[in-house]
Design a protein around this ligand. Structure first.
Ligand SMILES: NC(=O)c1ccc[n+]([C@@H]2O[C@H](COP(=O)([O-])OP(=O)(O)OC[C@H]3O[C@@H](n4cnc5c(N)ncnc54)[C@H](O)[C@@H]3O)[C@@H](O)[C@H]2O)c1
Length: 320
Protein backbone atom coordinates (compact mmCIF):
# COMPACT_ATOMS: atom_id res chain seq x y z
CA UNK A 1 0.00 0.00 0.00
CA UNK A 2 1.23 3.55 -0.81
CA UNK A 3 2.54 5.37 2.26
CA UNK A 4 0.71 8.52 3.38
CA UNK A 5 2.48 11.89 3.25
CA UNK A 6 1.42 14.31 5.96
CA UNK A 7 1.30 18.12 5.82
CA UNK A 8 1.40 19.65 9.33
CA UNK A 9 0.33 23.31 9.10
CA UNK A 10 1.22 25.42 12.15
CA UNK A 11 4.11 23.09 12.98
CA UNK A 12 5.95 25.63 15.21
CA UNK A 13 3.08 26.10 17.63
CA UNK A 14 2.40 24.47 21.00
CA UNK A 15 0.74 21.38 19.52
CA UNK A 16 2.74 21.24 16.28
CA UNK A 17 6.08 21.18 18.13
CA UNK A 18 4.97 18.13 20.11
CA UNK A 19 3.05 16.42 17.28
CA UNK A 20 5.77 16.68 14.60
CA UNK A 21 8.15 14.04 16.07
CA UNK A 22 5.22 11.67 16.68
CA UNK A 23 4.11 11.94 13.06
CA UNK A 24 7.72 11.50 11.87
CA UNK A 25 7.97 8.30 13.97
CA UNK A 26 4.69 6.98 12.58
CA UNK A 27 5.02 7.86 8.90
CA UNK A 28 8.79 8.30 8.42
CA UNK A 29 10.81 11.53 8.42
CA UNK A 30 10.57 11.87 4.61
CA UNK A 31 6.78 11.55 4.71
CA UNK A 32 5.99 14.47 7.01
CA UNK A 33 6.12 18.06 5.74
CA UNK A 34 6.13 20.67 8.51
CA UNK A 35 4.76 24.08 7.45
CA UNK A 36 4.47 27.39 9.24
CA UNK A 37 4.49 31.12 8.59
CA UNK A 38 7.62 31.30 10.82
CA UNK A 39 10.82 29.31 10.43
CA UNK A 40 11.50 26.82 13.27
CA UNK A 41 14.49 27.41 15.56
CA UNK A 42 15.74 23.91 14.74
CA UNK A 43 14.38 22.09 11.71
CA UNK A 44 14.21 18.30 11.69
CA UNK A 45 12.99 16.81 8.44
CA UNK A 46 11.08 18.61 5.72
CA UNK A 47 9.96 22.21 6.31
CA UNK A 48 8.05 24.67 4.08
CA UNK A 49 7.61 28.36 4.85
CA UNK A 50 3.92 28.80 3.95
CA UNK A 51 1.25 31.35 4.71
CA UNK A 52 -1.89 29.19 4.75
CA UNK A 53 -4.07 32.24 3.99
CA UNK A 54 -2.54 32.05 0.47
CA UNK A 55 -4.46 29.31 -1.31
CA UNK A 56 -2.12 28.99 -4.31
CA UNK A 57 1.01 28.66 -2.15
CA UNK A 58 -0.69 25.99 -0.05
CA UNK A 59 -1.83 24.07 -3.13
CA UNK A 60 1.69 24.21 -4.61
CA UNK A 61 3.16 22.59 -1.48
CA UNK A 62 0.45 19.93 -1.44
CA UNK A 63 1.12 19.06 -5.11
CA UNK A 64 4.91 19.14 -4.89
CA UNK A 65 5.04 16.78 -1.89
CA UNK A 66 2.10 14.61 -3.04
CA UNK A 67 0.42 15.17 0.33
CA UNK A 68 -2.34 12.70 1.30
CA UNK A 69 -3.26 13.89 4.84
CA UNK A 70 -3.40 17.41 6.34
CA UNK A 71 -3.23 18.36 10.02
CA UNK A 72 -4.32 22.01 10.13
CA UNK A 73 -3.14 23.66 13.38
CA UNK A 74 -2.67 27.30 12.28
CA UNK A 75 -5.02 29.64 14.16
CA UNK A 76 -5.20 32.70 16.39
CA UNK A 77 -6.10 31.51 19.90
CA UNK A 78 -8.66 32.85 22.38
CA UNK A 79 -6.88 35.64 24.28
CA UNK A 80 -4.90 36.92 21.29
CA UNK A 81 -8.02 36.89 19.10
CA UNK A 82 -9.85 39.29 21.44
CA UNK A 83 -7.18 41.93 20.73
CA UNK A 84 -7.96 41.80 16.98
CA UNK A 85 -11.32 40.07 16.41
CA UNK A 86 -11.59 40.72 12.65
CA UNK A 87 -7.96 39.77 12.00
CA UNK A 88 -8.40 36.55 14.00
CA UNK A 89 -11.66 35.67 12.22
CA UNK A 90 -10.06 36.29 8.81
CA UNK A 91 -7.02 34.14 9.58
CA UNK A 92 -8.96 31.30 11.21
CA UNK A 93 -11.56 31.14 8.43
CA UNK A 94 -9.33 31.78 5.41
CA UNK A 95 -6.77 29.13 6.38
CA UNK A 96 -9.57 26.63 7.12
CA UNK A 97 -11.35 27.16 3.79
CA UNK A 98 -8.05 27.01 1.88
CA UNK A 99 -7.27 23.68 3.57
CA UNK A 100 -10.73 22.28 2.79
CA UNK A 101 -10.61 23.43 -0.84
CA UNK A 102 -7.16 22.00 -1.48
CA UNK A 103 -8.22 18.78 0.28
CA UNK A 104 -11.35 18.49 -1.86
CA UNK A 105 -9.66 19.25 -5.17
CA UNK A 106 -6.46 17.25 -4.52
CA UNK A 107 -8.25 14.17 -3.17
CA UNK A 108 -6.63 14.37 0.26
CA UNK A 109 -7.51 11.19 2.21
CA UNK A 110 -7.96 12.74 5.69
CA UNK A 111 -7.97 16.17 7.30
CA UNK A 112 -7.57 16.97 11.02
CA UNK A 113 -8.95 20.31 12.23
CA UNK A 114 -8.96 20.99 15.98
CA UNK A 115 -11.86 22.66 17.73
CA UNK A 116 -11.89 23.76 21.37
CA UNK A 117 -13.93 23.88 24.57
CA UNK A 118 -14.19 27.58 23.58
CA UNK A 119 -16.95 26.51 21.16
CA UNK A 120 -19.25 26.38 24.21
CA UNK A 121 -20.71 29.55 25.71
CA UNK A 122 -22.69 30.84 28.69
CA UNK A 123 -25.76 28.70 28.00
CA UNK A 124 -24.13 25.27 27.83
CA UNK A 125 -24.22 23.25 31.09
CA UNK A 126 -20.95 24.09 32.88
CA UNK A 127 -20.40 20.67 34.45
CA UNK A 128 -19.95 17.53 32.36
CA UNK A 129 -20.87 19.59 29.28
CA UNK A 130 -22.47 17.11 26.86
CA UNK A 131 -21.41 16.48 23.26
CA UNK A 132 -24.56 18.09 21.90
CA UNK A 133 -24.79 21.12 24.23
CA UNK A 134 -25.72 24.50 22.73
CA UNK A 135 -22.78 26.28 21.04
CA UNK A 136 -23.20 30.02 21.73
CA UNK A 137 -19.63 31.23 22.39
CA UNK A 138 -18.93 34.77 23.55
CA UNK A 139 -15.42 35.07 22.03
CA UNK A 140 -14.44 35.55 18.39
CA UNK A 141 -12.18 32.51 18.79
CA UNK A 142 -15.16 30.39 19.90
CA UNK A 143 -17.29 31.73 17.04
CA UNK A 144 -14.55 30.75 14.57
CA UNK A 145 -14.42 27.24 16.10
CA UNK A 146 -18.21 26.76 15.83
CA UNK A 147 -18.06 27.94 12.20
CA UNK A 148 -15.15 25.53 11.55
CA UNK A 149 -17.15 22.64 13.03
CA UNK A 150 -20.07 23.45 10.73
CA UNK A 151 -17.78 23.78 7.68
CA UNK A 152 -16.25 20.39 8.57
CA UNK A 153 -19.67 18.77 8.55
CA UNK A 154 -20.55 20.57 5.30
CA UNK A 155 -17.43 19.33 3.45
CA UNK A 156 -18.00 15.84 4.80
CA UNK A 157 -21.65 15.68 3.73
CA UNK A 158 -21.34 17.54 0.43
CA UNK A 159 -17.98 16.25 -0.84
CA UNK A 160 -17.38 13.12 1.27
CA UNK A 161 -14.19 14.69 2.75
CA UNK A 162 -12.89 12.67 5.70
CA UNK A 163 -12.59 15.55 8.20
CA UNK A 164 -11.94 14.64 11.84
CA UNK A 165 -11.89 16.97 14.83
CA UNK A 166 -11.49 17.16 18.62
CA UNK A 167 -12.63 19.88 21.02
CA UNK A 168 -9.33 20.15 22.89
CA UNK A 169 -9.37 21.39 26.49
CA UNK A 170 -6.50 23.65 27.66
CA UNK A 171 -3.29 21.81 26.75
CA UNK A 172 -0.28 21.53 29.03
CA UNK A 173 3.14 20.76 27.59
CA UNK A 174 6.83 21.35 28.27
CA UNK A 175 8.06 21.29 24.63
CA UNK A 176 7.17 24.93 23.84
CA UNK A 177 5.36 27.92 25.26
CA UNK A 178 1.63 28.25 24.46
CA UNK A 179 0.39 30.67 21.81
CA UNK A 180 -1.98 33.13 23.53
CA UNK A 181 -4.85 31.11 25.01
CA UNK A 182 -6.85 31.53 28.23
CA UNK A 183 -5.39 28.38 29.80
CA UNK A 184 -1.73 29.39 29.19
CA UNK A 185 -1.25 30.04 32.92
CA UNK A 186 -1.20 26.26 33.49
CA UNK A 187 2.03 26.04 31.45
CA UNK A 188 3.72 29.27 32.64
CA UNK A 189 3.20 28.31 36.30
CA UNK A 190 5.48 25.27 35.87
CA UNK A 191 8.25 27.34 34.25
CA UNK A 192 8.14 29.72 37.22
CA UNK A 193 8.11 26.96 39.85
CA UNK A 194 11.04 25.08 38.32
CA UNK A 195 13.10 28.30 38.13
CA UNK A 196 12.25 29.13 41.77
CA UNK A 197 10.32 32.25 40.73
CA UNK A 198 7.01 33.45 42.22
CA UNK A 199 4.02 33.30 39.86
CA UNK A 200 1.26 35.87 39.29
CA UNK A 201 -1.77 34.11 37.81
CA UNK A 202 -4.09 35.96 35.41
CA UNK A 203 -7.11 33.88 36.49
CA UNK A 204 -8.83 33.75 39.91
CA UNK A 205 -7.67 30.93 42.16
CA UNK A 206 -11.06 29.13 42.01
CA UNK A 207 -11.42 29.09 38.19
CA UNK A 208 -12.19 25.46 37.34
CA UNK A 209 -11.38 24.59 33.71
CA UNK A 210 -10.97 21.41 31.61
CA UNK A 211 -7.31 20.65 30.88
CA UNK A 212 -5.23 17.90 29.30
CA UNK A 213 -1.59 16.84 29.28
CA UNK A 214 -0.10 17.02 25.78
CA UNK A 215 0.70 13.27 25.66
CA UNK A 216 -3.00 12.51 26.02
CA UNK A 217 -3.95 15.11 23.39
CA UNK A 218 -1.45 13.66 20.88
CA UNK A 219 -2.63 10.10 21.52
CA UNK A 220 -6.28 11.18 21.14
CA UNK A 221 -5.43 12.92 17.85
CA UNK A 222 -3.56 9.96 16.40
CA UNK A 223 -6.15 7.42 17.61
CA UNK A 224 -8.96 9.49 16.09
CA UNK A 225 -7.08 9.78 12.79
CA UNK A 226 -6.33 6.04 12.69
CA UNK A 227 -9.88 4.93 13.63
CA UNK A 228 -11.88 3.25 10.84
CA UNK A 229 -14.10 5.67 8.89
CA UNK A 230 -17.33 4.00 10.06
CA UNK A 231 -16.45 4.54 13.75
CA UNK A 232 -16.38 8.33 13.27
CA UNK A 233 -20.01 9.29 13.76
CA UNK A 234 -19.40 12.91 14.80
CA UNK A 235 -18.23 15.10 11.89
CA UNK A 236 -18.44 18.43 13.68
CA UNK A 237 -16.02 17.76 16.57
CA UNK A 238 -15.71 15.31 19.47
CA UNK A 239 -15.76 16.39 23.12
CA UNK A 240 -12.50 15.33 24.77
CA UNK A 241 -11.71 15.32 28.50
CA UNK A 242 -8.59 14.77 30.58
CA UNK A 243 -8.85 16.48 33.99
CA UNK A 244 -10.29 19.65 35.53
CA UNK A 245 -8.55 21.81 38.12
CA UNK A 246 -8.34 25.35 39.47
CA UNK A 247 -5.14 27.44 39.69
CA UNK A 248 -5.18 26.90 43.48
CA UNK A 249 -5.31 23.10 43.11
CA UNK A 250 -2.53 23.18 40.52
CA UNK A 251 -0.39 25.34 42.84
CA UNK A 252 -0.97 22.81 45.66
CA UNK A 253 0.08 19.94 43.38
CA UNK A 254 3.28 21.85 42.49
CA UNK A 255 3.99 22.60 46.20
CA UNK A 256 4.46 18.85 46.77
CA UNK A 257 7.75 19.40 44.85
CA UNK A 258 8.41 23.09 45.73
CA UNK A 259 6.86 23.70 49.20
CA UNK A 260 7.81 27.42 49.21
CA UNK A 261 6.30 28.17 45.78
CA UNK A 262 4.46 31.53 45.94
CA UNK A 263 1.41 32.27 43.77
CA UNK A 264 -0.56 35.52 43.63
CA UNK A 265 -3.72 36.19 41.64
CA UNK A 266 -4.39 39.23 39.40
CA UNK A 267 -7.36 38.33 37.17
CA UNK A 268 -7.43 40.25 33.86
CA UNK A 269 -9.66 40.19 30.75
CA UNK A 270 -9.03 36.45 30.39
CA UNK A 271 -11.12 35.80 33.53
CA UNK A 272 -14.28 36.72 31.64
CA UNK A 273 -13.37 34.31 28.83
CA UNK A 274 -12.69 31.50 31.33
CA UNK A 275 -15.98 32.18 33.13
CA UNK A 276 -17.88 31.59 29.87
CA UNK A 277 -16.35 28.12 29.35
CA UNK A 278 -17.27 24.67 30.74
CA UNK A 279 -15.81 23.49 34.06
CA UNK A 280 -15.72 19.85 32.96
CA UNK A 281 -16.50 17.91 29.78
CA UNK A 282 -18.51 14.74 29.09
CA UNK A 283 -16.50 12.83 26.48
CA UNK A 284 -18.57 9.62 26.58
CA UNK A 285 -19.32 9.79 22.83
CA UNK A 286 -15.58 9.75 21.96
CA UNK A 287 -15.07 6.88 24.43
CA UNK A 288 -17.89 4.88 22.82
CA UNK A 289 -17.16 5.64 19.15
CA UNK A 290 -13.38 5.15 18.94
CA UNK A 291 -12.36 3.99 22.41
CA UNK A 292 -10.90 7.21 23.88
CA UNK A 293 -9.51 6.99 27.45
CA UNK A 294 -7.20 9.59 29.08
CA UNK A 295 -4.11 8.40 30.95
CA UNK A 296 -2.96 11.55 32.82
CA UNK A 297 -4.51 12.98 35.99
CA UNK A 298 -3.29 16.06 37.90
CA UNK A 299 -0.57 14.31 40.01
CA UNK A 300 0.86 12.38 37.03
CA UNK A 301 0.84 15.45 34.76
CA UNK A 302 2.52 17.57 37.48
CA UNK A 303 5.26 14.99 37.93
CA UNK A 304 5.91 14.80 34.17
CA UNK A 305 5.98 18.58 33.70
CA UNK A 306 8.38 19.17 36.61
CA UNK A 307 10.58 16.30 35.56
CA UNK A 308 10.92 17.47 31.93
CA UNK A 309 11.33 21.17 32.80
CA UNK A 310 13.95 20.35 35.47
CA UNK A 311 15.96 18.58 32.78
CA UNK A 312 15.71 21.71 30.62
CA UNK A 313 16.45 24.35 33.30
CA UNK A 314 18.79 22.37 35.59
CA UNK A 315 20.29 19.60 33.44
CA UNK A 316 23.10 18.81 35.88
CA UNK A 317 21.04 18.52 39.09
CA UNK A 318 18.01 16.74 37.68
CA UNK A 319 16.91 14.19 40.29
CA UNK A 320 13.16 13.38 39.95
N1 LIG B 1 -3.07 24.83 22.81
C1 LIG B 1 -4.28 24.66 23.33
O1 LIG B 1 -4.44 24.63 24.56
C2 LIG B 1 -5.46 24.48 22.41
C3 LIG B 1 -6.71 24.18 23.00
C4 LIG B 1 -7.81 24.04 22.16
C5 LIG B 1 -7.66 24.11 20.78
N2 LIG B 1 -6.44 24.39 20.24
C6 LIG B 1 -6.34 24.50 18.77
O2 LIG B 1 -5.26 23.73 18.26
C7 LIG B 1 -4.66 24.38 17.15
C8 LIG B 1 -3.17 24.59 17.42
O3 LIG B 1 -3.02 25.30 18.62
P1 LIG B 1 -1.59 25.72 19.21
O4 LIG B 1 -1.76 25.87 20.66
O5 LIG B 1 -0.54 24.82 18.68
O6 LIG B 1 -1.45 27.18 18.57
P2 LIG B 1 -0.15 28.10 18.50
O7 LIG B 1 -0.59 29.52 18.47
O8 LIG B 1 0.85 27.68 19.52
O9 LIG B 1 0.44 27.70 17.06
C9 LIG B 1 -0.15 28.09 15.85
C10 LIG B 1 0.93 28.04 14.78
O10 LIG B 1 0.33 28.44 13.54
C11 LIG B 1 1.24 29.27 12.84
N3 LIG B 1 0.51 30.13 11.91
C12 LIG B 1 -0.22 31.23 12.21
N4 LIG B 1 -0.72 31.76 11.09
C13 LIG B 1 -0.31 30.97 10.06
C14 LIG B 1 -0.52 31.02 8.66
N5 LIG B 1 -1.23 31.99 8.08
N6 LIG B 1 0.04 30.06 7.90
C15 LIG B 1 0.81 29.07 8.46
N7 LIG B 1 1.02 28.99 9.79
C16 LIG B 1 0.47 29.93 10.58
C17 LIG B 1 1.94 30.09 13.95
O11 LIG B 1 3.18 30.63 13.50
C18 LIG B 1 2.09 29.02 15.03
O12 LIG B 1 3.33 28.35 14.93
C19 LIG B 1 -5.45 25.69 16.95
O13 LIG B 1 -6.48 25.47 16.02
C20 LIG B 1 -6.06 25.93 18.32
O14 LIG B 1 -7.24 26.68 18.23
C21 LIG B 1 -5.33 24.57 21.03
Amino acid sequence: MKRDTILLIGSNGQIGTALLPRLQDLFGIDHVVAADIRRPERATGLFELVDATRALDLAEVVHRHRVTQIYHLAAVLSARAEADPIGAWNLNMQTLLNVFEVARTCRIRKVFVPSSIAAFGEDAPKDETPQTALLDPSTVYGISKVAAENWSLYYHKRYGLDVRSLRYPGLISYQSMPGGGTTDYAVSIFHHAVQDLPFDCFLREDTLLPMMYMDDALRATLELMEAPWKRIRVRTSYNLAGMSFTPARLADAIRLYYPDFKVTYSPDFRQQIADSWPRSIDDSVARKDWGWKPAFDLPRMTHEMISHLSEIYHPTVHSL
